[in-house]
Design a binder for this molecule. Structure first.
Ligand SMILES: C[S@@+](CC[C@H](N)C(=O)[O-])C[C@H]1O[C@@H](n2cnc3c(N)ncnc32)[C@H](O)[C@@H]1O
Length: 215
């Protein structure tokens, strides 16, 4: 993954941490459904965890929870948030670390569930990332994703992304896929799709919530 993306996200981290969640009700539905899929014996890995908002909510449902991000600034903010809680049960099982899927796949640890929220469209070539995610999962492990499908969005948005990139307002890697092609990619990587839902409050929700199971 490019150094440019890392720099972009490092620079964005404080602003990202301060920005409100766009669809709180949709996020709550996603957290609730994801929490239901986790059990206390699970070793969970989150990719692209940002400032740890989701990790801090979900870690209590797992046995161990490693939340990772390409940006050291995002990880620092997440660690500050964790240090600021008085929940020992979170501190005992939740760890934040700067890492990418590619780096983690070279380590021996394997996980019962890999989570990626607003991540897959930013992480580079999806087929390579999905291959790494499959490597990171134990047999029958779960991959849970909710990510914008830029290919399903208004064409004006698709056209605006390269301009935003030039203006330094978007990261270098934004992959434009539709929800249909994302599902195809996940199946091609060897996963079985268990759920494909929409949790958003808006009529047109371009961020499918997908639960996929490794072979
Ligand atoms: C839109 S934010 C989402 C953060 C968090 N998942 C959430 O839903 O609040 C995208 C995050 O992905 C991270 N990211 C981008 N490319 C990445 C990569 N290749 N590997 C790991 N993290 C990446 C960014 O640093 C950023 O924190």
């Amino acid at each position: 993954m490019s150094k440019r993306d890392e720099i972009f996200w490092d620079k964005s981290a404080r602003k990202y941490a301060a920005s409100p969640v766009a669809d709180l009700a949709g996020l709550e539905r996603t957290l609730a459904r994801t929490g239901e899929m986790l059990v206390p014996s699970h070793d969970v890995l989150e990719l692209g965890c940002g400032t740890g908002t989701i990790a801090l909510r979900l870690a209590a449902a797992a046995g161990s929870y490693l939340a990772t991000d390409i940006s050291s600034q995002m990880i620092s903010i997440a660690e500050e948030k964790l240090a600021g809680t008085d929940c020992d049960h979170l501190k005992n099982r939740l760890e934040f670390r700067k890492a990418t899927a590619c780096q983690l796949a070279m380590e021996p640890a394997r996980y019962d569930a890999v989570l990626g929220f607003s991540y897959l469209h930013l992480a580079g070539d999806p087929s390579t990332v999905l291959k790494n995610i499959r490597t990171l999962l134990k047999p029958k492990g779960l991959f849970i994703s909710k990510t914008p499908c830029v290919g399903d969005m208004n064409p004006v948005i698709r056209l605006a992304i390269p301009l935003m990139r030039i203006a330094g307002m978007a990261p270098g890697s934004v992959t434009s896929f539709s929800s249909a092609s994302l599902v195809r990619e996940i199946r091609t990587a060897g996963f079985e799709i268990l759920e494909n839902e929409r949790h958003g409050s808006e009529r047109k929700d371009t961020r499918p919530f997908i639960v996929a199971r490794a072979p």
